[in-house]
Design a binder for this molecule. Structure first.
Ligand SMILES: Nc1ncnc2c1ncn2[C@@H]1O[C@H](COP(=O)(O)OP(=O)(O)OP(=O)(O)O)[C@@H](O)[C@H]1O
Ligand SMILES: [Mg+2]
Length: 506
Protein backbone atom coordinates (compact mmCIF):
# COMPACT_ATOMS: atom_id res chain seq x y z
CA UNK A 1 0.00 0.00 0.00
CA UNK A 2 1.23 3.44 -0.99
CA UNK A 3 1.28 5.95 1.79
CA UNK A 4 1.44 9.66 1.24
CA UNK A 5 0.85 12.33 3.84
CA UNK A 6 -0.47 15.60 2.48
CA UNK A 7 -0.53 17.24 5.89
CA UNK A 8 2.73 16.47 7.57
CA UNK A 9 2.17 19.26 10.12
CA UNK A 10 3.22 22.85 10.58
CA UNK A 11 6.84 23.26 11.73
CA UNK A 12 7.72 25.98 14.27
CA UNK A 13 9.76 28.33 12.07
CA UNK A 14 11.86 31.05 13.67
CA UNK A 15 12.61 34.45 12.30
CA UNK A 16 16.33 34.69 11.58
CA UNK A 17 17.86 38.18 11.53
CA UNK A 18 20.96 37.28 9.58
CA UNK A 19 19.60 36.07 6.25
CA UNK A 20 22.88 34.48 5.25
CA UNK A 21 22.38 31.98 8.11
CA UNK A 22 19.05 30.68 6.87
CA UNK A 23 19.07 26.99 6.06
CA UNK A 24 15.76 25.31 6.80
CA UNK A 25 14.07 22.22 5.55
CA UNK A 26 10.52 21.02 6.24
CA UNK A 27 8.21 18.45 4.81
CA UNK A 28 5.37 19.41 2.47
CA UNK A 29 4.19 16.08 1.15
CA UNK A 30 5.63 13.31 3.28
CA UNK A 31 7.79 11.42 2.56
CA UNK A 32 8.28 12.84 -0.93
CA UNK A 33 8.49 16.61 -1.11
CA UNK A 34 10.28 19.13 1.12
CA UNK A 35 10.80 22.84 1.22
CA UNK A 36 14.42 23.86 1.48
CA UNK A 37 14.95 27.53 2.22
CA UNK A 38 18.52 28.73 2.23
CA UNK A 39 20.91 31.53 1.44
CA UNK A 40 22.20 31.32 -2.13
CA UNK A 41 25.73 32.65 -1.85
CA UNK A 42 26.22 33.05 -5.56
CA UNK A 43 23.12 35.16 -6.09
CA UNK A 44 23.23 36.80 -2.67
CA UNK A 45 19.58 36.09 -1.84
CA UNK A 46 17.45 33.52 -0.08
CA UNK A 47 15.80 30.93 -2.26
CA UNK A 48 13.01 28.43 -1.86
CA UNK A 49 13.76 25.07 -3.31
CA UNK A 50 11.12 22.40 -3.73
CA UNK A 51 12.84 19.07 -3.23
CA UNK A 52 11.17 16.18 -4.97
CA UNK A 53 12.22 12.57 -5.57
CA UNK A 54 15.07 12.37 -8.03
CA UNK A 55 14.54 10.11 -10.99
CA UNK A 56 16.90 9.45 -13.87
CA UNK A 57 16.21 9.99 -17.56
CA UNK A 58 15.22 6.40 -18.17
CA UNK A 59 12.67 6.40 -15.34
CA UNK A 60 11.36 9.77 -16.43
CA UNK A 61 10.55 8.21 -19.80
CA UNK A 62 8.74 5.38 -18.04
CA UNK A 63 6.80 7.92 -16.01
CA UNK A 64 5.83 9.71 -19.20
CA UNK A 65 4.68 6.48 -20.79
CA UNK A 66 2.56 5.61 -17.75
CA UNK A 67 1.09 9.10 -17.62
CA UNK A 68 0.14 9.03 -21.29
CA UNK A 69 -1.54 5.67 -20.93
CA UNK A 70 -3.34 6.77 -17.80
CA UNK A 71 -4.81 9.95 -19.28
CA UNK A 72 -7.06 7.84 -21.50
CA UNK A 73 -8.05 5.49 -18.72
CA UNK A 74 -8.78 7.78 -15.86
CA UNK A 75 -12.12 9.11 -14.93
CA UNK A 76 -11.09 11.61 -12.31
CA UNK A 77 -14.62 12.96 -12.11
CA UNK A 78 -15.57 9.78 -10.35
CA UNK A 79 -12.68 10.19 -8.01
CA UNK A 80 -12.63 13.97 -7.54
CA UNK A 81 -15.72 14.15 -5.36
CA UNK A 82 -14.38 11.35 -3.27
CA UNK A 83 -11.96 11.47 -0.39
CA UNK A 84 -8.26 12.07 -0.96
CA UNK A 85 -7.52 8.56 0.23
CA UNK A 86 -9.80 6.98 -2.35
CA UNK A 87 -8.34 9.14 -5.12
CA UNK A 88 -4.84 8.05 -4.14
CA UNK A 89 -5.92 4.44 -4.17
CA UNK A 90 -7.52 4.97 -7.54
CA UNK A 91 -4.29 6.38 -9.00
CA UNK A 92 -2.30 3.56 -7.46
CA UNK A 93 -4.64 0.94 -8.90
CA UNK A 94 -4.78 2.49 -12.36
CA UNK A 95 -1.00 2.94 -12.51
CA UNK A 96 -0.40 -0.68 -11.56
CA UNK A 97 -2.87 -1.77 -14.19
CA UNK A 98 -1.05 0.25 -16.85
CA UNK A 99 2.35 -1.05 -15.76
CA UNK A 100 1.05 -4.56 -16.06
CA UNK A 101 -0.58 -3.89 -19.38
CA UNK A 102 2.53 -2.26 -20.89
CA UNK A 103 4.71 -4.92 -19.32
CA UNK A 104 6.98 -2.38 -17.63
CA UNK A 105 9.53 -3.73 -15.18
CA UNK A 106 10.34 -1.39 -12.32
CA UNK A 107 11.38 -1.86 -8.72
CA UNK A 108 9.10 -0.97 -5.83
CA UNK A 109 11.45 1.90 -4.96
CA UNK A 110 11.20 3.48 -8.40
CA UNK A 111 7.47 2.85 -8.45
CA UNK A 112 7.04 4.89 -5.28
CA UNK A 113 8.89 7.83 -6.79
CA UNK A 114 6.87 7.56 -9.97
CA UNK A 115 3.71 7.35 -7.91
CA UNK A 116 4.51 10.70 -6.32
CA UNK A 117 4.61 12.35 -9.74
CA UNK A 118 1.38 10.63 -10.77
CA UNK A 119 -0.30 11.92 -7.63
CA UNK A 120 1.15 15.39 -8.23
CA UNK A 121 0.08 15.66 -11.86
CA UNK A 122 -3.29 13.92 -11.74
CA UNK A 123 -4.74 14.80 -8.36
CA UNK A 124 -2.49 17.68 -7.41
CA UNK A 125 -1.53 20.88 -9.17
CA UNK A 126 1.60 19.66 -10.93
CA UNK A 127 4.91 21.41 -10.15
CA UNK A 128 3.36 23.91 -7.79
CA UNK A 129 1.44 21.35 -5.73
CA UNK A 130 4.06 21.30 -2.94
CA UNK A 131 3.85 25.12 -2.79
CA UNK A 132 0.10 24.96 -2.38
CA UNK A 133 0.61 22.50 0.47
CA UNK A 134 2.98 24.84 2.29
CA UNK A 135 1.08 26.46 5.15
CA UNK A 136 3.51 29.41 5.16
CA UNK A 137 3.11 30.41 1.55
CA UNK A 138 0.73 33.26 0.88
CA UNK A 139 1.31 33.97 -2.80
CA UNK A 140 2.62 32.11 -5.81
CA UNK A 141 3.52 34.04 -8.91
CA UNK A 142 4.58 32.99 -12.38
CA UNK A 143 5.42 35.62 -14.97
CA UNK A 144 5.83 33.34 -17.94
CA UNK A 145 8.36 30.87 -19.27
CA UNK A 146 12.07 30.80 -18.51
CA UNK A 147 11.68 32.82 -15.36
CA UNK A 148 11.43 31.43 -11.83
CA UNK A 149 8.15 31.14 -9.99
CA UNK A 150 8.20 33.48 -6.98
CA UNK A 151 6.57 32.94 -3.60
CA UNK A 152 5.69 35.10 -0.63
CA UNK A 153 6.41 33.29 2.62
CA UNK A 154 4.85 34.28 5.94
CA UNK A 155 8.18 34.16 7.74
CA UNK A 156 10.87 34.72 5.12
CA UNK A 157 8.83 36.88 2.69
CA UNK A 158 9.71 37.13 -1.03
CA UNK A 159 11.74 34.37 -2.55
CA UNK A 160 12.57 32.90 -5.90
CA UNK A 161 11.90 29.19 -6.27
CA UNK A 162 13.63 26.53 -8.33
CA UNK A 163 10.45 26.00 -10.35
CA UNK A 164 10.73 27.30 -13.90
CA UNK A 165 8.30 26.59 -16.73
CA UNK A 166 10.39 26.10 -19.84
CA UNK A 167 7.78 25.09 -22.35
CA UNK A 168 5.09 27.53 -23.42
CA UNK A 169 2.57 24.81 -24.28
CA UNK A 170 3.08 23.13 -20.95
CA UNK A 171 2.54 26.42 -19.13
CA UNK A 172 -0.56 27.09 -21.25
CA UNK A 173 -2.00 23.71 -20.41
CA UNK A 174 -1.24 24.31 -16.74
CA UNK A 175 -3.17 27.59 -16.89
CA UNK A 176 -6.03 25.67 -18.51
CA UNK A 177 -5.91 23.29 -15.59
CA UNK A 178 -6.10 26.20 -13.15
CA UNK A 179 -9.18 27.43 -15.03
CA UNK A 180 -10.76 24.01 -15.05
CA UNK A 181 -10.15 23.48 -11.34
CA UNK A 182 -11.81 26.81 -10.62
CA UNK A 183 -14.78 25.83 -12.74
CA UNK A 184 -13.98 28.42 -15.40
CA UNK A 185 -12.90 28.55 -18.97
CA UNK A 186 -9.89 30.27 -20.49
CA UNK A 187 -8.95 30.59 -24.16
CA UNK A 188 -7.22 32.95 -26.56
CA UNK A 189 -10.57 34.62 -27.18
CA UNK A 190 -11.23 34.81 -23.46
CA UNK A 191 -7.74 35.20 -22.04
CA UNK A 192 -8.34 36.42 -18.48
CA UNK A 193 -9.09 34.15 -15.55
CA UNK A 194 -10.35 35.29 -12.17
CA UNK A 195 -11.49 32.40 -10.04
CA UNK A 196 -10.96 30.33 -6.96
CA UNK A 197 -9.54 26.86 -6.54
CA UNK A 198 -11.40 24.17 -4.58
CA UNK A 199 -9.29 24.96 -1.48
CA UNK A 200 -10.43 28.59 -1.62
CA UNK A 201 -7.26 30.08 -3.07
CA UNK A 202 -7.80 32.95 -5.52
CA UNK A 203 -6.39 32.54 -9.01
CA UNK A 204 -5.67 35.14 -11.64
CA UNK A 205 -4.20 34.10 -14.94
CA UNK A 206 -3.60 35.31 -18.46
CA UNK A 207 -3.47 33.21 -21.54
CA UNK A 208 -1.47 34.57 -24.40
CA UNK A 209 0.42 33.34 -27.38
CA UNK A 210 1.96 36.69 -28.16
CA UNK A 211 5.55 35.91 -29.12
CA UNK A 212 6.89 39.11 -27.64
CA UNK A 213 5.60 38.14 -24.22
CA UNK A 214 6.80 35.29 -22.08
CA UNK A 215 3.52 33.44 -22.51
CA UNK A 216 0.79 32.70 -19.99
CA UNK A 217 1.09 33.97 -16.44
CA UNK A 218 -0.64 33.18 -13.18
CA UNK A 219 -0.89 34.38 -9.59
CA UNK A 220 -2.36 32.35 -6.78
CA UNK A 221 -3.29 34.04 -3.54
CA UNK A 222 -3.65 31.26 -1.07
CA UNK A 223 -6.61 30.82 1.16
CA UNK A 224 -5.03 31.51 4.50
CA UNK A 225 -7.98 32.32 6.65
CA UNK A 226 -7.97 29.77 9.43
CA UNK A 227 -11.37 29.85 11.10
CA UNK A 228 -11.90 30.05 14.82
CA UNK A 229 -12.21 26.76 16.60
CA UNK A 230 -14.81 25.85 19.26
CA UNK A 231 -12.30 26.37 22.08
CA UNK A 232 -11.34 29.78 20.69
CA UNK A 233 -14.98 30.78 20.82
CA UNK A 234 -15.07 29.69 24.47
CA UNK A 235 -12.00 31.84 25.08
CA UNK A 236 -13.78 34.81 23.47
CA UNK A 237 -16.75 34.01 25.70
CA UNK A 238 -18.96 33.94 22.62
CA UNK A 239 -20.76 30.92 24.00
CA UNK A 240 -20.45 28.38 26.81
CA UNK A 241 -18.94 24.88 26.64
CA UNK A 242 -22.46 23.56 27.33
CA UNK A 243 -23.82 25.31 24.26
CA UNK A 244 -21.05 23.80 22.17
CA UNK A 245 -21.66 20.35 23.67
CA UNK A 246 -25.31 20.79 22.77
CA UNK A 247 -24.37 21.49 19.15
CA UNK A 248 -22.02 18.51 19.22
CA UNK A 249 -24.93 16.21 20.15
CA UNK A 250 -27.06 17.83 17.46
CA UNK A 251 -24.38 17.38 14.80
CA UNK A 252 -23.87 13.74 15.72
CA UNK A 253 -27.59 13.02 15.47
CA UNK A 254 -28.18 15.03 12.31
CA UNK A 255 -30.33 17.85 13.57
CA UNK A 256 -31.15 20.92 11.49
CA UNK A 257 -29.69 24.17 12.69
CA UNK A 258 -30.19 27.72 11.49
CA UNK A 259 -27.90 30.48 12.73
CA UNK A 260 -29.37 33.96 12.64
CA UNK A 261 -28.30 37.43 13.66
CA UNK A 262 -27.56 40.86 12.27
CA UNK A 263 -24.80 41.89 9.91
CA UNK A 264 -21.37 40.62 10.99
CA UNK A 265 -22.74 39.21 14.24
CA UNK A 266 -20.53 36.13 13.84
CA UNK A 267 -22.98 33.78 12.10
CA UNK A 268 -20.53 32.35 9.60
CA UNK A 269 -17.85 32.05 12.27
CA UNK A 270 -20.17 30.01 14.51
CA UNK A 271 -21.28 27.89 11.56
CA UNK A 272 -17.69 27.03 10.74
CA UNK A 273 -16.91 26.17 14.38
CA UNK A 274 -19.94 23.87 14.52
CA UNK A 275 -18.68 21.82 11.59
CA UNK A 276 -15.88 20.48 13.80
CA UNK A 277 -18.54 18.31 15.44
CA UNK A 278 -19.84 16.61 12.31
CA UNK A 279 -18.73 12.95 12.42
CA UNK A 280 -15.52 12.52 10.39
CA UNK A 281 -16.94 9.94 8.00
CA UNK A 282 -20.01 12.01 7.12
CA UNK A 283 -20.18 13.35 3.60
CA UNK A 284 -20.53 17.12 3.71
CA UNK A 285 -21.43 19.48 0.90
CA UNK A 286 -21.20 23.22 1.40
CA UNK A 287 -22.79 25.82 -0.81
CA UNK A 288 -21.84 29.48 -0.82
CA UNK A 289 -21.99 32.65 -2.88
CA UNK A 290 -18.47 33.65 -1.98
CA UNK A 291 -15.98 31.35 -0.47
CA UNK A 292 -15.74 31.83 3.31
CA UNK A 293 -16.01 28.41 4.89
CA UNK A 294 -13.02 26.27 5.67
CA UNK A 295 -14.08 22.92 7.05
CA UNK A 296 -11.83 20.78 9.24
CA UNK A 297 -12.36 17.65 7.18
CA UNK A 298 -11.39 15.75 4.06
CA UNK A 299 -14.78 14.36 3.21
CA UNK A 300 -16.08 17.68 2.02
CA UNK A 301 -17.25 19.01 -1.29
CA UNK A 302 -17.25 22.82 -1.38
CA UNK A 303 -19.37 24.46 -4.06
CA UNK A 304 -19.46 28.14 -4.92
CA UNK A 305 -22.14 29.85 -6.96
CA UNK A 306 -21.12 31.49 -10.19
CA UNK A 307 -22.52 34.74 -11.46
CA UNK A 308 -23.17 34.98 -15.16
CA UNK A 309 -20.96 37.11 -17.33
CA UNK A 310 -22.44 39.22 -20.08
CA UNK A 311 -26.07 39.36 -21.06
CA UNK A 312 -28.81 37.04 -19.94
CA UNK A 313 -28.25 34.21 -17.51
CA UNK A 314 -25.75 32.24 -19.53
CA UNK A 315 -23.31 30.36 -17.38
CA UNK A 316 -24.95 31.36 -14.14
CA UNK A 317 -25.08 28.75 -11.41
CA UNK A 318 -26.94 29.99 -8.36
CA UNK A 319 -27.44 28.58 -4.89
CA UNK A 320 -30.71 27.03 -5.98
CA UNK A 321 -29.06 25.02 -8.78
CA UNK A 322 -26.17 24.00 -6.56
CA UNK A 323 -28.45 22.88 -3.79
CA UNK A 324 -30.71 20.86 -6.06
CA UNK A 325 -27.67 19.22 -7.49
CA UNK A 326 -26.13 18.54 -4.10
CA UNK A 327 -29.06 16.43 -2.92
CA UNK A 328 -28.44 14.08 -5.81
CA UNK A 329 -25.03 13.35 -4.35
CA UNK A 330 -26.58 12.02 -1.21
CA UNK A 331 -24.83 14.12 1.39
CA UNK A 332 -24.97 13.44 5.13
CA UNK A 333 -24.89 17.17 5.80
CA UNK A 334 -25.60 20.17 3.64
CA UNK A 335 -24.17 23.51 4.66
CA UNK A 336 -25.46 26.70 3.11
CA UNK A 337 -23.32 29.76 3.81
CA UNK A 338 -26.25 32.13 3.74
CA UNK A 339 -29.88 31.52 2.84
CA UNK A 340 -31.53 34.40 1.00
CA UNK A 341 -34.18 33.37 -1.48
CA UNK A 342 -35.77 30.53 -3.32
CA UNK A 343 -32.99 28.10 -2.39
CA UNK A 344 -34.47 28.02 1.12
CA UNK A 345 -37.37 26.02 -0.25
CA UNK A 346 -35.06 23.29 -1.56
CA UNK A 347 -33.09 23.36 1.66
CA UNK A 348 -36.14 22.90 3.88
CA UNK A 349 -37.53 20.22 1.62
CA UNK A 350 -34.19 18.47 1.95
CA UNK A 351 -34.41 18.70 5.73
CA UNK A 352 -37.96 17.38 5.70
CA UNK A 353 -36.81 14.38 3.69
CA UNK A 354 -33.96 13.54 6.03
CA UNK A 355 -31.02 15.56 4.68
CA UNK A 356 -29.80 17.53 7.66
CA UNK A 357 -28.42 21.01 7.19
CA UNK A 358 -26.75 23.96 8.86
CA UNK A 359 -27.15 27.40 7.43
CA UNK A 360 -27.22 31.08 8.31
CA UNK A 361 -29.93 33.64 7.75
CA UNK A 362 -29.75 37.37 8.22
CA UNK A 363 -32.43 38.40 10.75
CA UNK A 364 -32.32 40.35 13.99
CA UNK A 365 -34.92 38.50 16.03
CA UNK A 366 -36.85 35.28 16.16
CA UNK A 367 -40.00 36.96 14.90
CA UNK A 368 -38.13 38.26 11.89
CA UNK A 369 -36.73 34.78 11.23
CA UNK A 370 -40.13 33.14 11.24
CA UNK A 371 -41.60 35.95 9.18
CA UNK A 372 -38.76 35.92 6.65
CA UNK A 373 -39.11 32.18 6.19
CA UNK A 374 -42.83 32.41 5.50
CA UNK A 375 -42.99 35.46 3.24
CA UNK A 376 -41.59 36.12 -0.25
CA UNK A 377 -39.09 35.42 -1.65
CA UNK A 378 -38.63 32.44 0.69
CA UNK A 379 -42.30 31.55 1.17
CA UNK A 380 -42.15 28.35 3.18
CA UNK A 381 -45.23 26.59 4.46
CA UNK A 382 -45.50 26.18 8.26
CA UNK A 383 -45.01 22.43 7.83
CA UNK A 384 -41.65 23.01 6.19
CA UNK A 385 -40.55 25.47 8.88
CA UNK A 386 -41.27 22.67 11.34
CA UNK A 387 -38.40 20.61 9.99
CA UNK A 388 -36.02 23.07 11.60
CA UNK A 389 -34.81 21.80 14.98
CA UNK A 390 -33.08 24.80 16.37
CA UNK A 391 -32.20 28.44 15.80
CA UNK A 392 -29.03 29.94 17.23
CA UNK A 393 -29.26 33.70 17.60
CA UNK A 394 -25.99 35.61 17.37
CA UNK A 395 -25.71 39.22 18.50
CA UNK A 396 -23.26 42.07 18.80
CA UNK A 397 -22.42 42.95 22.37
CA UNK A 398 -20.52 45.74 24.03
CA UNK A 399 -18.64 44.21 26.96
CA UNK A 400 -16.34 46.46 29.00
CA UNK A 401 -16.51 48.97 26.16
CA UNK A 402 -15.25 46.36 23.75
CA UNK A 403 -17.19 45.31 20.72
CA UNK A 404 -17.72 41.56 20.71
CA UNK A 405 -20.16 38.77 19.82
CA UNK A 406 -22.44 36.57 21.92
CA UNK A 407 -24.69 33.63 21.23
CA UNK A 408 -27.74 35.31 22.68
CA UNK A 409 -30.01 32.28 22.78
CA UNK A 410 -30.63 28.85 21.43
CA UNK A 411 -34.25 28.42 20.45
CA UNK A 412 -35.84 25.09 19.61
CA UNK A 413 -38.74 25.04 17.20
CA UNK A 414 -41.37 22.86 18.85
CA UNK A 415 -44.23 23.49 16.48
CA UNK A 416 -45.34 25.93 13.85
CA UNK A 417 -49.09 25.62 13.30
CA UNK A 418 -51.08 26.25 10.15
CA UNK A 419 -51.66 29.88 11.01
CA UNK A 420 -47.90 30.27 11.29
CA UNK A 421 -47.79 30.84 15.04
CA UNK A 422 -44.80 29.25 16.64
CA UNK A 423 -44.27 27.25 19.78
CA UNK A 424 -40.70 27.38 20.98
CA UNK A 425 -38.44 26.14 23.75
CA UNK A 426 -35.33 28.01 24.85
CA UNK A 427 -32.76 25.69 26.44
CA UNK A 428 -29.92 28.23 26.56
CA UNK A 429 -29.83 31.93 27.12
CA UNK A 430 -27.23 34.65 27.61
CA UNK A 431 -27.69 37.09 30.47
CA UNK A 432 -26.29 40.45 29.32
CA UNK A 433 -26.21 42.06 32.75
CA UNK A 434 -23.71 39.52 34.09
CA UNK A 435 -22.35 38.34 30.75
CA UNK A 436 -23.01 34.68 31.58
CA UNK A 437 -24.86 31.86 29.87
CA UNK A 438 -27.63 29.83 31.45
CA UNK A 439 -28.85 26.35 30.75
CA UNK A 440 -32.48 27.17 31.28
CA UNK A 441 -34.64 24.31 30.18
CA UNK A 442 -34.63 20.70 29.13
CA UNK A 443 -33.93 20.32 25.46
CA UNK A 444 -36.83 19.21 23.29
CA UNK A 445 -34.43 18.26 20.50
CA UNK A 446 -32.81 15.76 22.90
CA UNK A 447 -36.29 14.25 23.25
CA UNK A 448 -36.59 13.97 19.48
CA UNK A 449 -33.16 12.35 19.28
CA UNK A 450 -34.09 9.97 22.06
CA UNK A 451 -37.24 8.89 20.25
CA UNK A 452 -35.54 8.64 16.86
CA UNK A 453 -32.41 6.79 17.92
CA UNK A 454 -33.68 4.86 20.93
CA UNK A 455 -31.28 6.42 23.41
CA UNK A 456 -32.66 7.35 26.81
CA UNK A 457 -32.81 11.02 27.83
CA UNK A 458 -30.53 10.47 30.88
CA UNK A 459 -28.01 8.85 28.57
CA UNK A 460 -28.05 11.78 26.16
CA UNK A 461 -27.78 14.25 29.03
CA UNK A 462 -24.87 12.38 30.58
CA UNK A 463 -23.10 12.43 27.22
CA UNK A 464 -23.87 16.12 26.82
CA UNK A 465 -22.28 16.86 30.21
CA UNK A 466 -19.19 14.78 29.43
CA UNK A 467 -18.67 16.69 26.19
CA UNK A 468 -19.19 20.03 27.91
CA UNK A 469 -16.54 19.07 30.46
CA UNK A 470 -14.18 17.88 27.76
CA UNK A 471 -14.54 21.14 25.82
CA UNK A 472 -14.00 23.13 29.00
CA UNK A 473 -10.83 21.14 29.79
CA UNK A 474 -9.54 21.60 26.26
CA UNK A 475 -10.09 25.33 26.61
CA UNK A 476 -8.35 25.31 30.03
CA UNK A 477 -5.50 23.35 28.48
CA UNK A 478 -5.22 26.05 25.80
CA UNK A 479 -5.88 23.65 22.96
CA UNK A 480 -6.99 26.10 20.33
CA UNK A 481 -5.37 25.09 17.06
CA UNK A 482 -7.52 24.08 14.11
CA UNK A 483 -5.64 20.85 13.48
CA UNK A 484 -5.53 19.85 17.16
CA UNK A 485 -9.24 20.35 17.63
CA UNK A 486 -9.99 18.43 14.48
CA UNK A 487 -7.88 15.50 15.62
CA UNK A 488 -9.29 15.39 19.14
CA UNK A 489 -12.91 15.43 18.02
CA UNK A 490 -12.24 12.77 15.39
CA UNK A 491 -10.47 10.67 18.01
CA UNK A 492 -13.46 11.11 20.29
CA UNK A 493 -15.73 9.62 17.66
CA UNK A 494 -13.47 6.57 17.48
CA UNK A 495 -12.69 6.09 21.13
CA UNK A 496 -14.36 8.51 23.54
CA UNK A 497 -12.99 6.83 26.65
CA UNK A 498 -9.36 7.41 25.70
CA UNK A 499 -9.96 11.06 24.93
CA UNK A 500 -11.90 11.67 28.14
CA UNK A 501 -9.14 10.05 30.15
CA UNK A 502 -6.40 11.96 28.38
CA UNK A 503 -8.07 15.31 29.10
CA UNK A 504 -9.09 14.52 32.64
CA UNK A 505 -12.83 13.99 32.35
CA UNK A 506 -13.91 11.24 34.70
N1 LIG B 1 -17.31 35.19 18.28
C1 LIG B 1 -16.75 36.32 17.86
N2 LIG B 1 -16.12 37.15 18.69
C2 LIG B 1 -15.56 38.29 18.23
N3 LIG B 1 -15.55 38.68 16.94
C3 LIG B 1 -16.15 37.89 16.05
C4 LIG B 1 -16.78 36.66 16.45
N4 LIG B 1 -17.29 36.06 15.37
C5 LIG B 1 -17.00 36.87 14.35
N5 LIG B 1 -16.33 37.96 14.73
C6 LIG B 1 -15.86 39.06 13.88
O1 LIG B 1 -16.93 39.56 13.13
C7 LIG B 1 -16.64 39.55 11.74
C8 LIG B 1 -17.81 38.98 10.99
O2 LIG B 1 -17.95 37.62 11.33
P1 LIG B 1 -18.83 36.64 10.47
O3 LIG B 1 -18.45 36.74 9.05
O4 LIG B 1 -18.79 35.34 11.14
O5 LIG B 1 -20.26 37.32 10.69
P2 LIG B 1 -21.60 37.13 9.86
O6 LIG B 1 -22.69 37.34 10.82
O7 LIG B 1 -21.55 35.86 9.11
O8 LIG B 1 -21.49 38.36 8.86
P3 LIG B 1 -22.36 38.67 7.53
O9 LIG B 1 -23.55 39.38 8.03
O10 LIG B 1 -21.44 39.52 6.74
O11 LIG B 1 -22.64 37.35 6.90
C9 LIG B 1 -15.40 38.70 11.57
O12 LIG B 1 -14.50 39.33 10.72
C10 LIG B 1 -14.83 38.53 12.93
O13 LIG B 1 -13.66 39.31 13.05
MG1 LIG C 1 -21.90 35.44 7.06
Amino acid sequence: MISINLRPGIPPLKRIEDKTKIDIRYSLIAPYANAHIFWDKKEGEIVYEVEEPKINEEDRKILQKIEEAMVGLMNLNVAVDNTMQSMIEYIDKTAKLVIDELDIKISEEIYEKIFYFLYRDFIGMNEIDPLLKDYFIEDIECNGIDTPVYVVHRVYRNMRTNIIFKDIDKLASFVEKLAQRSGKYISYANPLLDGSLPDGSRVNATYTKDVTSRGPTFTIRKFTKIPWTPTQLIALNTLSPEMLAYFWILMEYKANVLITGGTSSGKTTLLNAMTFFIPPEARVISIEDTRELNLPRENWLPAVARASVGVGKVGEVDLFDLLKNSFRQNPDYVIVGEVRGKEAYVLFQGMASGHPSISTLHADSLDTVIRRLQTPPINLSPTLVNSLDCIAVMAHALIKKKHTRRLREIIEVVNVDKSGSTLINTPFIWDPSHDVFYFKKQSRVFEKISARYGISIPEIEAEFLRRAKLLFNLYKGKIFAFEDMRKIINAYYKNPKNVLEKYGVS
